[in-house]
Ligand binder design. Sequence first.
Ligand code: AVI
Length: 326
Amino acid sequence: MFPMSPTSFKPANLSPAPDYDALCVDISAGLQADHAWTSPKYLYDELGSKLFEAICELPEYYPTRTEAAIFEQHGAAIARAVGPGSTLIDLGAGNCAKAASLFPLLHPTQYVALDISYDFLRAALDRLQQRFPQIAMSALGLDFSNQFDLPGSVRSAQRLFFYPGSSIGNFAPDQALAFLQRLRAHSLPDSALLIGVDLVKDKAILDAAYDDALGVTAAFNLNLLRHLNVLLDADFDVRQWQHRGFFDAAKSRIEMHLEARSDLDVTWRGGRRRFARGERIHTENSYKYTPEAFASLLQQAGFEQVQAWTDADEWYAVMHARPLGA
Ligand code: AVI
């Protein structure tokens, strides 16, 4: 029988008292590097997550709606590749809305939602369980971008690792390969991967998607400084910085930066730095692939039988693959 309420797994490393000293040392090192940088994970405090949801509604930001359109148009073929009764493992589930919209198409038996933000996830899953009582549900508070373990409550049968939204693009290709290899290591012969991949396209389209007319992406990027002020007790003045977001075709990636509008000094717990006018903090990369390049990355990671569905413009792909030798 399926449990009546979702089960949970909250690992020790997500206790309510994170190691702030280690975090400060980590962020300080990036801010003091020759080319200052921060991890994109700091874009997502509470306001940052809301701003990202707003980005997904923008006319310029095509990935969200294009991925949804691919599921709409090729749903039957995707459902055939997946097969009913899967253990749907949602990597970076957030509010679980994307996976939930696919339940009527994919008919999973178990839904396992993973997200670093456990409390948010727990609340979303409780609501979802009411709507889909026939699906067994578990919430896992895990940072799956690093090494992770799946608890015994996760069924081993028909594991479907679901990684939508082109989040794979926020890893550098070598990190993306390592991540896919970790998924391969958690796969059994009847497991599979269903992943959203943003494709290389015209620079003007990509530039607009990451530097929209309303300035929502600018706000999303600048909000990182507010987050650092809270995390590090820093004194960034948001008005002294501007957003830069552009496609670098040679590196096949979007780069997001924050650029100092004038010479300025910033101090934070454990560090300080003078930024010259025009100097930048590199805040995010978003890699874009050709279908062939991504299929080859999948193969290198130990996946085969790659199937891909794209929109008519070939702006985006949803890919399904099985572990090698399955
Ligand atoms: C979450 N990730 C897939 C987004 C992207 O497109 O790389 C993050 C984002 N950054 C700016 N706009 C959206």
